[in-house]
Each structure stands twice: as structure tokens, then as C-alpha cells.
Design a binder for this molecule. Structure first.
Ligand code: AHR
Length: 494
């Protein structure tokens, strides 16, 4: 007989919380491995169907995710990127070598990036070069993208085919300054930031929101210095936090073919995002009680061993990644007030990707489906939720909560409930109790599979995908059976 447990979830729609900024569902697309070339961009002359060089299959798939924001061109790549290499006729652009030893042909530059942004209907988060650039170079790039006309750089942009300014929603001043961006100390970077930011000129109405590059993981020293020094000069301080199964960068763990010990350790490690955000927010609260500065988690996701990867940082993506994404979404929802932007690393073929490609083939990953299921949470108003008698899931010395849940009132007026069951063996019966309302039923999607590492391949792309789910209330009570190792999102019928 199936083993299952029972929990109760109480939702209080009368006390709505913060709006979940749609930009927490942002994505990161870096010139790294086949993240851009081959994965997203094949060039207009490719036999792979494309629009202005961008793959129709990949862009079509991403559109269904309503991608709100794309961070580009890096990452560490940003700190060696010279934007002038990527403008003008493509056949005249220089080739150089990317940090991972791959040719950077500069076919994708500013104009091409904004073609992608237009096709996706997303906002742009452009990341500037502090590492090997200059104040002048960055200032020119921002002017090139945003100046109204009249300036020589606006004229150059028009000559290159774009008369109107590009809309740059966010601009990042450097990346990982503590590491690949220059091995700097936070005080030094705070001064550098002020200098760069001072010369980033843009019309007031279209000035990008500037983001300062912050620390890694639980290191709050950068958040401390930057939030103290950069008041009114930044809308956010970034933090990067990757989920590694073993917690050890030298032997991270495998993408598939792992055992249950790495299932639970991965989920336990990813849940640390909650404490990490709390730690950074406590520092922000000290220096920025007005809450003007956001914590931008602009790199997050799983990072596995790379053995035999077809291109740099290419990894498979399994049901475990779907749970990682969903657990992080719940944490971001809980911190919606302070976390306005996150961009998962990365969009295509790199780390925890939405989509994997091999020449003309494309597969959608379990992470893709999680993002798709959570679309209603974009710009929704979070609702307070309590899990009564939560189950716990234990293996060896590790114990994590069995159920994770999040609720919100979406823009379509409906109430949505998202549920994750971390236990790979036990289904859970969830009694849903909505204060002040009789819920008649629930309908949505569930993502699960028979194995913990279920994944889609180029040969077999339909192994794991969401299935429809619905439940009806009986005797005025709604009970939802969440399978073991599953992500579920349902709309509640009031
Ligand atoms: O996302 C891959 C790399 O991880 C990025 O380039 C860098 O910022 C981080 O270290």
C-alpha cells in the first residue's frame, strides 16, 4: 500500500503580503559554452530556423515562460567584454578568445541582444565591464544604448540600424569583483562604483537602474560596505549563491545517476538560500531601513561536476533541479519585499538551464517546466500561509521539511497554491484551509516521475513533463494528494 502522510495548509487571503516582483523569474544568458552561440543564436544564415539569427524553437519555448528579465553578457565574461567589438557589420567584428578558451566571434552584440529582448518581450539587465574596462568605455556604452539623439554615440547607434534608444531596465557595474572581476576588496570597489556610476549618463526618464556587484554566498561584508557607502546610488546589491550537492567545489556531485544521499543534500543545500537572504537582509536593514536597496540574487541554481560536458558548464537537468527551482521560488516569495530581482544561471545549455540544444535538436528541462508552472506568481500578491504538522524527510544525519508551499493572489484574480514534496518515497495528503472562504476545488499541473534523476534527452525528450491535476472538495473540505518528489501548482476554485 502507498505510504503517505497528512498536513494542513492554512492560507489567509484577507492579509495579503508583498507583491512578488515578476523579475524574480529573471534569467541569465552569458557568452559561455554554448549558452549563446549554438544554444540561442545560430546566425541568420543557419539552416536551423531562426529570426535575425535567434533560434525560433528556443525563443518560442522561452516565450511560454514569460521571461521578464535577461541578464547579459556575463558573468565573468562581462569583465573582459568590450562592447565596441560587438557593433557594426557582423563580418567586420573582431574575434577574440573567451575566458573558457572558446572563440568569441562577437556576432551577438548590443543590437542582437536587444533583438532577443524584443522577441521575448523581456526587460534588459546589461552587465558592464569593470575588470578590464574603463569609466570612459562604460560611460560610452550606456550613452550608446540610451541617448536620445544629438550625441555622436546616438548617431552611431542610428547608423548601426537603431534610431531609437534601447531600453535598459538595469545596468550592473561589474561582476564578482571579489573574484573573476578583479580580486578586489569591498571598500575599494565601493569607491570604484561611485566613480563609474557618476559618469554613466542617460536621460533622466530612461536612466537604467544601477546594480552594485556584491558578495558570494553567506559573505555579507560586501553587502555591509556597499549598502553603507552607496546610498541613493544603487537600487540593488547582487549576491551569487550556487547549489552544489556535496557542498564541496572540488567534487561537486553528478547531474544524473546520483543516489538518495545527494538528492537530500542538494535540497538541504538549496534551502540554505533562506538563511542567506535573511543574513544579507539583516545587514541591509541596518544601513537601509527605508528599504530602497534590493538584494539581487543574480546568479543561482545547481552546479554539478562537468566531466565530459559537451560544452563549458553544460549539465543535465533532472526532477531534482525542478524541486531546487521551486524551493527557491518559495524562498524568494517569502522575501518579496527585499528581493526584487533574481536571474537563474543560466538560460540555455549552461548550468541549471531551461533548454538544452544539440545542433538542430532542443529539449525542455524539468526546470523549464517549473518556471512555466509558476508563471501566475509573476507580479502576484503573496498570501500568508502556514503549514500545520509538516512532515519531515530524513536520510542519515540530514532532515529537511517534507512539504514546502507558497500561495498568492495572481493578476488574473485567482488564488494559486504551489506545493513541493521533497520526500522521494511518501506522498502527502494536504488539507487546504482558506480562512473565510469555501474552496470548491483545485486545478493545475504536477511534475514528478518514477526516478529522482528523471530527465529529458535529445533521443527521448518527453520523459518528464507536467501532468494535469485536479481535486474537488468533499463535505466542504479540499484535500490534495501531492505525490512523492513532486512540484505542483494549482489554482484554487473559490
Ligand atoms: O554562471 C557561471 C559563472 O559563475 C559566471 O560567469 C560567474 O559570475 C560565476 O562565477
Amino acid at each position: 500500500a502507498p505510504v503517505f502522510a497528512a498536513v494542513t495548509i492554512n492560507i489567509d487571503p484577507a492579509k495579503p503580503g508583498a507583491v512578488i516582483n515578476k523579475n524574480i523569474y529573471g534569467q541569465f544568458a552569458e557568452h559561455l559554452g554554448t549558452g549563446i552561440y549554438g544554444g540561442l543564436y545560430v546566425g541568420p544564415k543557419s539552416s536551423i530556423p531562426n529570426t535575425k539569427g535567434w533560434r525560433n524553437d528556443v525563443v518560442g519555448a522561452l516565450k511560454a515562460l514569460h521571461v521578464p528579465l535577461v541578464r547579459w553578457p556575463g558573468g565573468c565574461f562581462a569583465d573582459t567584454y568590450h562592447w565596441r567589438d560587438g557593433i557594426g557589420p557582423q563580418d567586420k567584428r573582431p574575434s577574440n578568445v573567451n575566458g573558457d578558451g572558446v572563440d568569441e566571434i562577437n556576432a551577438v552584440g548590443t543590437h542582437e541582444f536587444f533583438d532577443l529582448i524584443d522577441m521575448l518581450g523581456a526587460d534588459a539587465y546589461v552587465n558592464g565591464n569593470v575588470g578590464t574596462g574603463s569609466v570612459q568605455e562604460m560611460s560610452d556604452w550606456v550613452e550608446y544604448m540610451t541617448a536620445d539623439g544629438g550625441s555622436p554615440l546616438a548617431r552611431l547607434r542610428a547608423q548601426n540600424g537603431h534610431d531609437k534608444p534601447f531600453k535598459v531596465a538595469f545596468f550592473g557595474i561589474g561582476n564578482e569583483l571579489w573574484g573573476c572581476g578583479g580580486n578586489l576588496k569591498p571598500d575599494y570597489y565601493a569607491n570604484l562604483y561611485s566613480n563609474y556610476e557618476n559618469f554613466l549618463r542617460a536621460p533622466d526618464k530612461s536612466r537604467p537602474k544601477m546594480i552594485a556587484s556584491g558578495g558570494s554566498g553567506f559573505d555579507t561584508a560586501w553587502t555591509d560596505v556597499l549598502s553603507k557607502e552607496l546610498k541613493r546610488r544603487t537600487v540593488g546589491i547582487s549576491v551569487h549563491q550556487y547549489t552544489i550537492p556535496t557542498g564541496n567545489w572540488s567534487v561537486k556531485g553528478k547531474d544524473i545517476g546520483f543516489k538518495e544521499d545527494e538528492w537530500i543534500s542538494t535540497l538541504a543545500n538549496t534551502l540554505k538560500m533562506d538563511q542567506l537572504i535573511k543574513d544579507h537582509v539583516a545587514v541591509l536593514d541596518k544601513h537601509d531601513p527605508e528599504k530602497k536597496i534590493g538584494l539581487m540574487v543574480d546568479e543561482w541554481g545547481t552546479w554539478y561536476d562537468e566531466a565530459g560536458a559537451r560544452s563549458a558548464l553544460f549539465q543535465q537537468n533532472s526532477l531534482r533541479d525542478a524541486l531546487v527551482a521551486a524551493l527557491n521560488f518559495h524562498i524568494f516569495h517569502d522575501h518579496a519585499e527585499r528581493v526584487p530581482v533574481t536571474t537563474i544561471a543560466q538560460m540555455v545549455n549552461v548550468l541549471q538551464a531551461m533548454v538544452l540544444t544539440d545542433k538542430e535538436k532542443m529539449v525542455l528541462t524539468p526546470t523549464y517546466y517549473t518556471f512555466q508552472m509558476y508563471v501566475p506568481f509573476q507580479d502576484a500578491r503573496s498570501l500568508p500561509l502556514a503549514i500545520k504538522d509538516n512532515t519531515s524527510y530524513t536520510l542519515g544525519a540530514t532532515t529537511i521539511p517534507g512539504m514546502s508551499a507558497s500561495a498568492a493572489r495572481a493578476k488574473d484574480g485567482k488564488m494559486y497554491l504551489a506545493l513541493v514534496n521533497t520526500d522521494p518515497h511518501k506522498a502527502v495528503d494536504v488539507a487546504v484551509d482558506v480562512a473565510g472562504a469555501k474552496v470548491k476545488g483545485a486545478a493545475g499541473k504536477v511534475l514528478t516521475s518514477a526516478t529522482m534523476d528523471a530527465h529529458n534527452t535529445f533521443q527521448n525528450p518527453q520523459v518528464i513533463k507536467p501532468a494535469p491535476f485536479s481535486a474537488r472538495a468533499e463535505g466542504g473540505k479540499l484535500s490534495i494528494k501531492v505525490p512523492a518528489k513532486a512540484v505542483m501548482v494549482v489554482a484554487l476554485e473559490e
